[in-house]
Design a protein around this ligand. Structure first.
Ligand code: GDP
Ligand code: MG
Length: 162
């Protein structure tokens, strides 16, 4: 089958917005507030002439206490089925404990990871993206999934490891 690229990260970091950006249409459901439980959704996608399966992940508990465990669980399943992973972090928030938890899962998996520093809507926010070098996953790609900024570069990087 086609290679699988999974998009993982905390709720509200912009995973579904990014997926829609890649698909070129609004198919993945974008949530303004966490609270809707959804599982993984696979989409046929294409970039630079290469076809692949793009997996959006969601599925989190409505109660705040459950979010960490749920994110980790979702991420673990998605990472296991993926050939490469796009790890999305909200650059305006910076790395959280939950992000660090996902980083440990990613390391353990040995799968190639591309780090998406999302919500970098303007050049002045690129300093926020640089702070994500601290996650130890290599270069953070500054992206605005909302406006499309940087999405081509990060997709090129993903294709190079997929
Ligand atoms: P998900 O839970 O990770 O799938 O996040 P969503 O894609 O549902 O987005 C959560 C919220 O963040 C929505 O209100 C989006 O419009 C917003 N968002 C997503 N990407 C960006 C971005 O690049 N910049 C800004 N400013 N907001 C974004
Ligand atoms: Mg989503």
């Amino acid at each position: 089958g086609l290679p699988v690229l999974a998009v993982v990260g905390r709720p509200n970091v912009g995973k579904s917005t990014f997926v829609n950006r890649v698909l070129g249409r609004r198919e993945a459901v974008v949530q303004d507030t966490p609270g809707v439980t959804r599982d993984r959704v696979s989409y046929p996608a294409e970039w630079a002439g290469r076809r692949f399966t793009l997996v959006d992940t969601g599925g989190w508990e409505t109660d705040v206490a459950g979010i960490d465990a749920s994110v980790a669980q979702q991420a673990e399943v998605a990472i296991a089925m993926a050939d490469a992973v796009m790890f999305v972090v909200d650059a305006t928030v910076g790395p959280t404990d939950t992000d660090e938890q996902v980083v440990r899962l990613l390391r353990r998996s040995g799968k190639p990871v591309v780090l998406v520093a999302n919500k970098v809507d303007s050049p002045v926010q690129e300093a926020d993206a640089s702070l994500l070098w601290s996650l130890g996953l290599g270069e953070p790609y500054p992206v605005s999934a909302l406006h499309g900024r940087g999405s081509g570069d990060v997709l090129d990087a993903a294709m190079a490891v997929l």
